[in-house]
Design a protein around this ligand. Structure first.
Ligand code: GDP
Length: 167
């Protein structure tokens, strides 16, 4: 098997309710819910999308640490309808940087629920500006309308490949 058959672990981070499970499941077969094979630029890549991030429970910080250690790429999700989830995204970026110092891992900041225009609390400009500070990619998605979900995971694949080729 060539290296392109290797599965990349993509970990979804973010507050409860922002849409992590919905993003992981969107556009996929039910049986293979968390495995996504994408054809990007003529080459297939399989992503194992992990939606195991949970609210912190006392005495169980190892769970979160495990999530922060196991990913080959990270998707930090907030809801555009929930400002506190946007603030949590910044904290998650800091945790991730601490946990994976000196590693150049792909990170994508995602503003989900872009369909809920009337409930918007975080502007697209704020999302973009935050991604500049984080030094990561940014995209707004709607898991409900399946808008930009494929683009999100294609972006993850491209980021992984850029790093592979850079080495
Ligand atoms: P998680 O806790 O981060 O995994 O969030 P879920 O995927 O369970 O989603 C929480 C709720 O938000 C569910 O009721 C979803 O149906 C809803 N939801 C998720 N993504 C979207 C979206 O893009 N648009 C809308 N309108 N609702 C969404």
């Amino acid at each position: 098997a060539s290296s392109s058959c290797w599965e990349h672990r993509v970990v979804l981070l973010g507050d409860p309710g922002v849409g992590k499970t919905s993003l992981a499941n969107a556009n996929t077969e039910v049986e293979a819910a968390y495995e996504r094979t994408l054809l990007v630029d003529g080459e297939e890549t399989t992503l194992l999308v992990m939606d195991t991030w949970e609210p912190e429970r006392k005495g169980e910080s190892w769970r979160r640490n495990q999530c922060l250690q196991m990913g080959n790429a990270y998707v930090i999700v907030y809801s555009i309808t929930d400002r506190s989830s946007f603030e949590s995204a910044s904290e998650l970026r800091i945790h991730l940087r601490r946990a994976r110092q000196a590693e150049d891992i792909p990170i994508i900041l995602v503003g989900n629920k872009s369909d809920l225009v009337r409930c918007r609390e975080v502007s697209i400009e704020e999302g973009r500006a935050c991604a500049v500070v984080f030094d990561c990619k940014f995209i707004e998605t709607s898991a409900a309308l399946q808008h930009n979900v494929d683009e999100l995971f294609e972006g993850v694949v491209r980021q992984l490949r850029l790093r592979r080729e850079g080495k």
